[in-house]
Write a protein that binds this ligand. Structure first.
Ligand code: RBF
Ligand code: MG
Length: 298
């Protein structure tokens, strides 16, 4: 079992004793790295205890995926965005259905309600308290690309409106922004993040009757927008399509799965890289047999 350790190196020996074969510790500096990786490492090519110096967001995906992440909410290595940020970033490297164990080395309260408040608008399920109140809390990452809290595909349709002029087309990932009011009832309460599914034109000149694959970001684009004010946008990237802007046309969208929470990336390149990964993951899901036959009324 591969474990991501976002807490002090003291946890490493304990994890190894409990059968974790491969522990990667995220540490704030080289001194901590030395402690975390020598304490329990094994010679040869056997996986053991490794460390990564830097923010959680910079851990390369090939070091995962992890079944469990242990997070000390008061650990220096938690980095930008605190506990919430660490959980969101780590979730990119977690196996679907994996778990987070959240605790505090400074004895601050970590009970079910406190953690639930931090992840309220995220996609994680709060499994429950571990041990006595205030010790630790277990969270679960959604399994199998299911849309959190929803059991069947979500149908929605909306008019394409002007975006925020940030030029997603110039970035190489053109997006059609759906008018938020048109899809408010369907998107209300969904966690902010990246979804995938299908899209077709409902009307307008682009209405060629073709159903295409899509990825959709419901979010506030924290990589670019720093204040808390921005409105939520619903941006659809139509895959394998290089037609026009869709402005004024209506798009019908069928959301079938969830990929990850929205997050603040360390710049444009990191975001674009991840979007390419999102597109690849969406494509492999949508090409599967499961979606050969779409709901008849869509
Ligand atoms: N913006 C973010 O700040 N964080 C994200 O995690 C993020 N994920 C995205 C995923 C996809 C598939 C798409 C199409 C967009 C995403 N965006 C994200 C929005 C991006 O910032 C936006 O498309 C550009 O700013 C252009 O408006
Ligand atoms: Mg756009």
């Amino acid at each position: 079992m591969r474990v991501l350790n976002i807490s002090s190196s003291a946890a490493v020996d304990l994890l190894r004793e409990r059968g974790a074969l491969d522990v990667l510790s995220v540490v704030p500096d080289e001194a901590e790295a030395a402690v975390a990786s020598t304490s329990a490492s094994t010679l040869g090519n056997e996986a053991a205890a490794r460390s990564w110096v830097g923010d959680v967001v910079s851990v390369p995906p090939y070091m995962g995926p992890f079944s469990v992440a242990v997070v000390d909410r008061d650990w220096d290595g938690v980095g930008d965005g605190g506990l919430r940020g660490a959980l969101v970033k780590a979730s990119l490297m977690m196996r679907p259905g994996g778990h987070f164990l959240v605790y505090s080395s400074r004895g601050s309260l970590v009970d079910r309600d406190a953690v639930a408040a931090v992840v309220r608008d995220l996609c994680f399920e709060v499994v429950g308290d571990v041990g006595a109140d205030g010790d630790a809390v277990l969270l679960c990452v959604p399994d199998g690309f299911a849309v959190p809290n929803v059991s069947s595909p979500i149908k929605m349709a909306g008019e394409v409106v002007a975006g925020y002029g940030r030029g997603s087309r110039k970035l190489g990932v053109p997006t059609a922004n759906l008018r938020p009011d048109d899809v408010a009832s369907e998107t209300d309460g969904l966690p902010l993040g990246v979804y995938f599914g299908f899209v077709r034109h409902e009307s307008g000149s682009g209405n060629d009757g073709v159903v295409r694959k899509m990825v959709m970001n419901i979010g506030k684009r924290p990589t670019f927008v720093t204040d808390n004010g921005p409105e939520e946008s619903i941006e659809v990237h139509v895959m394998d399509y290089d037609g026009g802007d869709f402005y004024g046309e209506r798009l019908a969208v069928l959301v079938v799965g969830f990929l990850r929470p929205e997050m603040k990336f360390d710049g444009l390149d990191a975001l674009l890289n991840r979007i390419q990964t999102d597109i690849g993951m969406a494509r492999s899901q949508l090409d599967g047999d499961r979606w050969k036959c779409l709901p008849g009324d869509w």
